[in-house]
Design a protein around this ligand. Sequence first.
Ligand code: FAD
Ligand code: N01
Length: 531
Amino acid sequence: MTHSARDVIVVGAGFAGLYTVHLARSRGLRVEAIEAGDGVGGTWFWNRYPGARCDVPSMEYSFGFDHDLQRDWEWTERYATQPEILRYLDHVADRFDLRENITLSTRVESCRYDADTRRWEVQASDGMVRTARFLVMATGCLSAANRPDIPGRDTFAGPVYHTGAWPHQGVDFSRQRVAVIGTGSSAVQSIPLIAEHAEHLTVFQRTPAYAVPAHNQPLDPAEVAAIKADYPNWRAGARQTSTGFGGHLRRGLTSALAVSDDERAAIYERRWDEGGLVFLGAFTDLMVDPDANQTAAEFVRSKIAAMVDDPATASALSPSTVIGCKRMCVDTDYYVTFNRDNVSLVDVSSTPIEAISPTGVVVDGELHEVDAIVFATGFDAMTGALDRIDIRGVDGATLRDTWSAGPVSYLGLQVAGFPNLFTITGPGSPSVLTNMVVAIEQHVELVADLIDEVSRRDASSVEAVGEAQAGWVEHVNLVASLTLFQGCSSWYLGANVPGKPRVFMPLPGFPEYKQICDQVVAAGYDGFRFV
Ligand code: FAD
Ligand code: N01
């Protein structure tokens, strides 16, 4: 591909990057995706830790844009494993012949908008400077690993792993004393499997997690056939739910406070037996009314107390915060793992990890000696991957400075001052509060339409209007303030990364968001400026 032959550069080749390449190409655009990893798949390329799998059912956590693809692909389990999802994304890349438009093992370092040529100049780790009219950041909401700067972190003599950058060849923990730092979803999935193999596992917990059982199982062929027979309608139903999945499931229609204690307990029990994130769909007000929310929280705490033998450990594992304000975890044998003789829990909520020494982890003056450390410490979410690129728009303004007090955007898609730059599932869109494949498909299709519209109007660029952006930021804050999502220190708020501004980044409610986007389009792309 020659220097100037691109219409579109896409950064990233996960679900979002792959679909962008496919759609851009099918609309006659010359496109190149640049991906830091040595393969496609994004999240599913990097997160190879033991137990990694999706928590949105596989039949829904998959592309719906191509009927033949969804008919042909056979998912084997209710929640697919990381290798299976990666195989699926490799299949997508091959099936749609996307690889010729993807450059792997190359990190984008800077992107500069040239107002004279009206093109983006993209500098990458392969030394090349590429230019394109449009730049699509498909860099992922959860792709920039968070490695806390604990004193002595780099002095540890043994191997150190991060769940989000797991070695491809796997890790053998047998006869090893292992530390896991963190108790979010990645830890909840990996701890039971690491504990099975390690000589001893010490878990360092800052905040306990709420986890509901996965009840993972092989998919029933008859059920799969029934879904496939009606897949488009089934997918359409999912898009009508706030979270972009489970449209076919029974939803709670009353307040948790409107039923008797016995009835409420029976409803929670049924959801617990079904398993999965739909637990929080039991009642209408679990994410808006603190008292209703605490009924669900108390139910989960009672389950933890019943599963964990040692009362002190059970108490330490029991969260007291709003349930659901951090992403809920979906587990297989997480809590009961703490009944094993070779597992211990160290509470670092009031006394943070003091240091990492060459031989272990120091808390409150005590050294916990280990042979390997696993950082299950998550990600600099939503803004991290973009922040790590030097992005300069009109007049050289940087995205980092523009977002220094927290991200601003119009519809989570564009930022004023950065023409022809699009963020897929950017802050200010439903993104991580939904089935992300649904959010990605909607965004990619909207971006492709915006690019088409630039040509249709014979314009050179499209950009968010400043006032529209200010109004959108206000809207996102308002919607978030009506929920309980801000009731704890979550990565949704940037609270897991020291120094990051505390701003609620995603927008709750997929159908309402989609409806607003449709209205914007119907009103002639209201809030966008075509130059
Ligand atoms: P990613 O898959 O993160 O891909 C982004 C890509 O961009 C990465 O490969 C990265 O290397 C590349 N990149 C970033 N910066 C650069 C750069 N400067 N230069 C070049 N390349 C760059 N969501 C759900 O809805 N359901 C689930 O069940 C679910 N399970 C998850 C499990 C795990 C372990 C994790 C970490 C996340 C999970 N998610 C889930 C969220 C998941 O991230 C999304 O569902 C989805 O995979 C995101 O796709 P993406 O293409 O937007 O981003
Ligand atoms: O990361 P996290 P994750 N000292 O940020 C702790 C998706 N996902 O990789 O809560 C000690 O949730 C931190 O403590 P605290 C999903 O969207 C899905 O697990 O900040 N501890 C927390 O306990 C998920 O939400 C699946 O107080 C420190 C943990 O590390 C998102 O990805 C699987 C610390 C990080 O938890 C991120 O999940 C995996 C420190 N200095 C991921 N710094 C599925 O099941 C951080 N922590 C589908």
